[in-house]
Ligand binder design. Structure first.
Ligand code: FES
Ligand code: FES
Length: 152
């Protein structure tokens, strides 16, 4: 099968029951996409598929045939993305395990709501769980990222 990952077409051989997240991590060594559960709840595995945030543990690799996938590594291709900068500057992480998924969901959130309210941020990140931060700094990071992306 063929999938475009972070702008590069990958020609892969996969089992029909292999999950997309396992292809990313085990075959392509893109280990920035994390696995934090086996119940589709944590959001650590979030990537963009054809411009939409998805949990890569919830789809089979074969369902991504001919799709364009962006992982956290792809976001940082030309230096840190403004969302990554904002999470760093606002201390929107502690252990960092949830952070790639939080950031990939924030990409979607800021597409949908360029100036999000607290409620919109909480709804947009409802599928991503963080065990460390208490979310206050994550919300601050998303607001900061929104400003950066509008050049403010
Ligand atoms: Fe937890 Fe995908 S690994 S939602
Ligand atoms: Fe540790 Fe979120 S920073 S789980």
């Amino acid at each position: 099968m063929k999938i475009t990952i972070n702008g590069t077409v990958q020609d892969l051989t996969v089992h029909d029951n292999t999950l997309l997240v396992d292809v990313l991590r085990d075959q392509l060594h893109l280990t920035g996409t994390h696995v934090g559960c086996d119940t589709s709840q944590c959001g650590c595995c979030t990537v963009q598929m054809n411009g939409t945030a998805i949990k890569s543990c919830t789809i089979l690799a074969v369902q991504a045939q001919d799709a364009e996938i962006t992982t956290i590594e792809g976001l940082a291709k030309n230096g840190l993305h403004p969302i990554q900068e904002a999470f760093s500057q606002e201390h929107g992480l502690q252990c960092g395990f949830c952070t790639p998924g939080m950031i990939m969901s924030t990409v979607q959130l800021l597409k949908d709501f360029p100036n999000p309210t607290d409620d919109q941020i909480m709804a947009g990140l409802a599928g991503n769980l963080c065990r460390c931060t208490g979310y206050v700094n994550i919300i601050a990071a998303v607001k900061s990222a929104a400003k950066k992306m509008q050049g403010q």
